[in-house]
Design a protein around this ligand. Structure first.
Ligand code: GRF
Length: 254
């Protein structure tokens, strides 16, 4: 069982999905601590509701990034965190921080990287840019964090359709449901030693992971099944791991 530290800034629906999946027992991880740079983040309340240590470290109280990050590093070390997961964390980590947890920091981005990523591409900006581009698909990406913003090796991606009458909000809602399924799976793979970084690519050891693709033209997401993998309501995680991966997101309020 590995210990995960989750970095958040806002509502925390990905955190909720991670906590829920960990509680189900199939992830092989526990959330040891949640840190927010925003003391008012609803995500902190979600952690407290689970009796998980929730620590606010307000970046505005520090003169620069380094002491702010030192305070976070201290908390992460205190809780003996093996893996750091950014889940809607709105600060860019310095190379100094990254070097402390190299290969052990994940982030989720609400688009299909390497498109629609980088500085300034967050929240609604991403979905606006996707709609303006005319792209027919979007989705989400879980990647390891390196020094380049949104530039680390890609672990998992899920694809959703872009519909003709989409708004940024509608697209975001479709994507976040996929995020909630993908993040626990990525942590599961890491916890079981199945992720090997080879240059820019991440090799996933063991059974293949079924594609995560929302049903075309529909808002109801589904998990594509491949031989040896799990279907949308299967009792095993994709790739033959234990536990379910649900077709619907963990938090209906997302
Ligand atoms: C998600 O869309 C994620 O992709 C992005 O920030 C959002 C966080 O949402 N990085 P939540 O706080 O997990 O609800």
């Amino acid at each position: 069982m590995i210990k995960v530290g989750v970095l958040v800034s806002g509502r925390g629906t990905n955190l909720q999905a991670i906590m829920d999946a960990c509680a189900e027992g199939w992830v092989g991880a526990e959330v040891a601590v949640v840190i927010s740079n925003n003391p008012d983040a609803p995500a902190l309340d979600r952690a407290r509701a689970r009796n998980i240590p929730a620590v606010a470290i307000d970046h505005r109280r520090f003169p620069s990034r380094e002491p702010f990050e030192d305070a976070m590093l201290q908390v992460l070390r205190t809780h003996q965190v093996d893996l750091v997961c950014q889940a809607g964390f709105m600060r860019i980590l310095t190379g100094r921080f990254v070097s402390q947890y190299r290969g052990r920091i994940m982030n989720i981005h609400p688009a299909l990287l390497p498109a629609f990523g980088g500085k300034g591409m967050y929240g609604e900006h991403v979905h606006h840019a996707v709609l303006e581009s005319g792209a027919r698909v979007s989705g989400c990406t879980i990647h390891f964090v390196n020094e380049a913003v949104d530039g680390g090796p890609i672990i998992l991606q899920a694809v959703v359709p872009v519909l003709d009458d989409d708004t940024p909000d509608a697209l975001a809602a479709r994507i976040v449901r996929e995020e909630h399924r993908l993040y626990p799976l990525a942590i599961h793979l890491f916890a079981h030693g199945r992720l090997v970084v080879e240059g820019r690519r991440v090799r996933i050891l063991g059974a293949p992971i079924p594609p995560f693709t929302a049903a075309s033209g529909s808002d109801s997401a589904s998990v594509g099944a491949t031989p040896g993998g799990a279907g949308a309501s299967g009792g095993t995680a994709p790739g033959g791991g234990p536990g379910p991966v649900r077709a619907e997101g963990a938090d209906p309020s997302a």
